[in-house]
Design a protein around this ligand. Structure first.
Ligand code: ATP
Ligand code: MG
Length: 211
């Protein structure tokens, strides 16, 4: 089994996330992509985010009927601040071949993550890059402290001393963010076609993101 792990705040999930996950799943022939909403994000601890259940329900509505996509509630089950390290260790024990899916924006800050150096011993990475961005063919994208452990295999493919790989992949990164969606809702603007139809209805019904 090849498993993709796609973590995020998903506040709310939008079609940028969904299209990205779909393209990566197809490219890597993943058996399942798990969407893993964060319980308490280490980096956004002071920021107010929607309730876990609302965020999880919006994911459920978005992936219903797609047998390749699943929701994992591991981070709320664990409780407290959510560290990807713990989530990766959990999945590593259940599945051999795991791929942590992450946008280049998040990956470029990985040196700030809890036990980040250890992550490269426990999971492969798929870093999603916008087609218009410079191809990451060099080691500069990796934090200084781990660079000596990484070798270039081919264009956009790197191997860590652990044997785990890091793939940089061009995807259709639609220019959509959850931040923008929250702002639109707050300003009574339409979010139609930026989120799945049912998510739009859910946000409306639950009154999310209103002042
Ligand atoms: P926010 O604006 O609140 O930061 P976001 O849209 O960036 O929200 P997150 O939940 O922070 O969404 O992101 C989860 C993951 O999805 C991250 O790895 C991020 O890089 C990736 N991601 C975010 N937006 C897109 C997009 N439009 N296309 C592809 N991947 C995305
Ligand atoms: Mg973000």
């Amino acid at each position: 089994m090849k498993i993709g792990l796609f973590g995020g705040t998903f506040d709310p999930i939008h079609i940028g996330h969904l299209r990205a996950a779909e393209e990566i799943r197809e490219m890597f022939l993943l058996d399942v992509v798990y969407f893993i909403p964060v319980n308490i994000p280490p980096h956004k601890r002071e920021k107010k985010i929607a309730d876990y259940e609302d965020r999880a329900n919006m994911i459920r509505l978005s992936i219903r009927g797609n047998r390749f996509m699943k929701l994992s509630d591991i981070e709320i089950k664990r409780g407290g601040v959510s560290y990807s390290y713990d989530t990766i260790r959990y999945f590593e024990d259940k599945f051999k071949d795991i791929y942590f899916i992450i946008g280049i924006d998040a990956f470029s800050e990985i040196h700030t993550w809890y036990r980040y150096k250890d992550l490269f011993y426990h999971t492969n990475f798929i870093v999603m890059v916008r087609p218009s961005h410079l191809r990451h063919s060099g080691l500069e994208i990796f934090p200084d402290e781990i660079r000596s452990h990484i070798e270039i295999q081919e264009n956009g493919v790197f191997k860590h001393a652990s044997g785990k790989k890091i793939y940089f992949k061009d995807i259709t990164q639609l220019d959509i963010s959850s931040t923008r969606i929250r702002h639109l809702v707050e300003n009574n603007k339409s979010i139609k076609y930026l989120v799945p139809y049912k998510v739009d209805l859910f946000i409306e019904k639950r009154g999310l993101y209103k002042k």
